[in-house]
Write a new protein. Structure first.
Length: 260
């Protein structure tokens, strides 16, 4: 996966070949040249899952040195820009490896609305999922998580739970489940899942007992999981009912024609 600095560097190294070596008795540095094009895995927001990508070297950098022992990699110049194209849907992703304030960082920039938005997702929910994705692209993962929390609040608002903050809205949803007035989708999604997203979103914004290190738990793989949960949530709420009704209509109309 090339969605993090380590993965990207590993991919660059494994898709490179030795051009020449500096020796003088001891081989300390090995000059590497990277293949112009290679393939690797990356999450595709349009496909909603990890997809094989054609990755092209975009920036005209000279290469990098691997310093032995311990394989310390020193790039000669920044930024390093690659363009990844999803082999399934052709979504393009621009990947910029650059020097951040403390260490190497990776920006992942896409040409689609980010996040797991579906065709019939309401605009307000789309807005917050896009914000979540933009924050994620710049590795601002706590900011991203806070936006997922807002997206969830808008989903519940859209579904008729308009009063109070997110916690109150989830309580109302539970109440309506227990008296059989909840929307159909609520029976297919465990409420604990929504509560967990709320709590992690709160944790991303709160002081958590004065311990900022707790934010480290909100990492790339967690955000990817949250995105997958949203993809499922949006499908169950906004796409499944439409798909089902279209299928029923089509089958009924063919059945009616055949029985004439
Ligand atoms: Zn795709």
């Amino acid at each position: 996966m090339i969605d993090n600095v380590e993965g990207m560097v590993e991919s660059i190294v494994s898709n490179s070949h030795m051009q020449s070596s500096v020796n003088d008795g001891v081989t300390e540095k090995t000059h590497q040249i990277m293949a112009h094009q290679y393939e690797d895995e990356l999450f595709c927001p349009l496909c909603g899952a990890s997809r094989r990508q054609k990755v092209e070297k975009f920036s005209n950098y000279q290469g990098f040195d691997i310093i032995e022992p311990g394989h310390k990699i020193e790039f000669k110049q920044f930024p390093i820009v690659h363009i990844a194209t999803c082999l399934q849907c052709s979504t393009k992703t621009t990947m910029v490896l650059y020097e951040g304030p403390e260490k190497l960082e990776l920006a992942i920039l896409r040409n689609t609305y980010g996040g797991s938005v579906t065709e019939n997702t309401p605009q307000e929910v789309k807005y917050y999922l896009d914000q979540a994705c933009r924050a994620r692209m710049m590795s601002a993962l706590s900011a991203s998580m806070a936006m997922y929390r807002s997206a969830l609040e808008w989903i519940l608002y859209d579904q008729g739970y308009v009063d109070g903050m997110l916690g109150a809205k989830i309580n109302k949803l539970e109440e309506s489940l227990s008296n059989n007035t909840a929307p159909k989708w609520a029976n297919d999604m465990p409420v604990e899942l929504l509560t967990a997203i709320k709590n992690i979103g709160n944790g991303a914004m709160h002081t958590n007992g004065g311990d900022i290190s707790k934010q480290q738990q909100i990492d790339g793989s967690l955000i990817e999981l949250v995105d997958i949960v949203f993809a499922e949530l949006l499908d169950v709420i906004y796409e499944q009912p439409i798909r089902r009704s279209k299928n029923v209509q089509r089958l009924k109309s063919v059945a009616a024609n055949l029985s004439k």
